[in-house]
Ligand binder design. Structure first.
Ligand code: F6P
Length: 557
């Protein structure tokens, strides 16, 4: 099948982009009819994309592009369990992780939904036993600390959700007196940070690894196994591991070989990609052990709510479809290679890091599904920070330096309202004043004429001019709670799908991370040999050899 770049829709958009590059958001935003057409309300969310460099015609052309790329057919293929991850021969079914118990989604003729609910029931039961003190540590102490070991998709999503909901009163109440820490990096300092101040007798370690082979995770798992065995006395090692280590993994034989009781392995399936695994045991297990399962059910319901919207809403009214098409427009047609994710909610501080992996590991590809090199760049650089912190950091570049499409995420009500009797403005209103002001500052900018009227000194005017015309969109929700956290997760997951489907790439493999792992193994082998007295470093180019020798000669005091 010819690439999407050969389609009429693509060529029309490319020509149209040249015209749109000559428009300014100052003028586009002057058209109230246009603005109202570029703002939709669905599922309790307001999605305003009137500050994109688009007009109604652009949206028509983007809809044509979706048709040419067969987006709706591809979406249906994903939801029905077709093996769309062609390089690994797998279905892509993160939507099944939050499907209703009564749903049917077949893979190789087997309904996957009951399997999902069996694991969810197991998590519910186990976390209830831990939270109520029925399942206790080897010395009879309640397990009030959880350390979740995992990296990449086995870490970033769960940490984002943990931070997003930990101050929600219902969650905070269950988690009172409990600790959840994540151990991701193999840097020994991360082990110290994760275990600092915790009593092993009161700690349950959750090893989260789809493959159960990831080098960093397995070394950290062995390190914490030793920490437990050293710290929990008076009982045999098998009992310590049985009582203090559990796992979320799709490689059950490897988990039991490690010593973890098969009754305490929470499985998932090859159709769950690591970066799409938050709703599997990967996220549900550690989070449920901390907040209780009921709260997590609300989170799953939020994700399901957006799955239904994505699957059924007309594409012109479909938020993830629109987000994805605008991503294509900005990056491929207007040439903006980055985008900034700016949640005006401190509880979303780890959301940009999650999106970084979700999006960049999925769509950072160089060939199409047919293996042919793409004649355009796929994927964007994603970064971000919560507002208003980011405003005092990198927004300068966005206002007056490069053009970076920005994504504002805000909430009408705070999770944690603070009112001071003598303050006129609440903290939430102060925060959100910035949420509403920044998109206009970026879009409208400030002209020389305005500076003239303000009486700004002539020599300062170039420095104080803001060109404007910086695109953004705004997502406004009611409140950040477990349900809306699930909605947000699913919106961004499906946006990635939409962009991958239009570009014609496989968003669900990640061969690009393998080479580094292979090379690290070669280095590791030589470092080990060298530590054992064999001092010769060989087989590397002179630069790497010199760095390795410097490292070795400086690694002992
Ligand atoms: O190296 C990248 C990666 O494969 C991610 O895709 C994945 O989320 C992460 O490593 C962790 O993998 P696992 O869950 O198998 O330990």
């Amino acid at each position: 099948m010819p690439g999407i770049e050969t389609s009429t829709a693509w060529k029309t958009l490319a020509a149209h982009a040249e015209r749109m590059k000559r428009t300014h958001l100052r003028d586009l935003l002057g058209d109230a009819a246009r603005n109202s057409a570029l703002s939709i309300k669905a599922n309790g969310i307001l999605f305003d994309f009137s500050r994109q460099n688009v007009n109604i015609e652009t949206m028509d052309f983007l809809m044509d592009l979706a048709g040419a790329a067969m987006l709706e057919e591809k979406r249906a293929a994903m939801f029905s369990g077709e093996k769309i991850n062609v390089t690994e021969g797998r279905a892509v079914l993160h939507v099944a992780l939050r499907a209703e118990r009564s749903a049917t989604i077949l893979v190789d003729g087997v309904n996957q939904v009951p399997l999902v609910h069996d694991v969810l029931d197991h998590i519910k039961d186990f976390s209830h036993r831990v939270l109520t003190g029925t399942f206790v540590g080897a010395t009879g102490k309640s397990l009030k600390n959880i350390i979740s070991i995992g990296i990449g998709g086995s870490y970033l999503g769960p940490e984002f959700v943990y931070e997003a909901i930990k101050c929600v009163p219902q969650a905070a109440e269950v988690a009172e007196g409990r600790t959840l820490r994540f151990l991701a990096n193999v840097d020994p300092v991360d082990v110290a940070r994760a275990t600092k101040g915790l009593n092993p007798e009161e700690t349950l370690v959750v090893v989260v690894s789809k493959t159960f082979t990831t080098a960093e995770t397995m070394l950290n798992a062995r390190t914490l196994r030793k920490w437990l065995l050293d710290g929990v006395k008076g009982t045999g090692p098998e009992e310590v591991i049985r009582r203090h280590m559990v796992a979320a993994s799709s490689a059950v034989p490897l988990v039991t070989e490690f010593g973890i009781d098969s009754a305490n392995v929470f499985g998932f399936w090859d159709w769950v990609g690591g970066r799409y695994s938050v709703c599997s045991a990967v996220g549900m297990l550690p989070l449920s052990l901390t907040f209780g399962f009921e709260i997590l059910e609300q989170f799953l319901a939020g994700a399901r709510n957006i799955d239904e919207h994505f699957a059924t809403a007309p594409i012109r009214q479909n938020i993830p479809v629109l987000m994805g098409l605008l991503g294509i427009w900005n990056s491929t047609f207007l040439g903006h290679e980055s985008r900034a994710i700016l949640p005006y909610a401190q509880a979303l501080l780890r959301f940009p890091a999650h999106v970084q992996q979700l999006d960049m590991e999925s769509n950072g590809k160089r060939v199409g599904l047919d293996g042919q090199e793409l004649p355009f760049q796929a994927g964007e650089v994603n970064f971000g920070e919560p507002g208003t912190n980011g405003q005092h950091s990198f927004y300068q570049l966005i206002h007056q330096g490069r053009t970076i499409p920005t994504e504002f995420i805000g909430f009408a009500r705070s999770q944690y309202p603070v009112e001071l009797p003598n303050e006129v403005v609440s903290s939430q209103d102060e925060l959100m004043s910035n949420f509403f002001a920044q998109p206009d500052a970026l879009a409208l900018g400030k002209t020389l004429e305005q500076l003239d009227v303000e009486g700004v000194k002539e020599e300062l005017r170039p420095h104080k001019t803001f060109p404007g015309n910086r695109p953004s969109f705004s997502l406004l929700f009611g409140q950040l709670d477990p349900f809306t956290t699930g909605q947000l997760l699913a919106l961004y997951e499906h946006r990635v799908f939409v962009q991958g489907a239009i570009w014609g790439i496989n968003s669900f493999d990640q061969w690009g991370v393998e080479l580094g792992k292979v090379l690290a193994k070669q280095v590791r082998t030589q470092l080990t040999a060298s530590r054992q007295g064999e001092k010769i470093i060989s087989g590397f180019n002179s630069s790497t050899a010199a760095m390795l020798n410097f490292y070795l000669s400086n690694s002992s005091e």
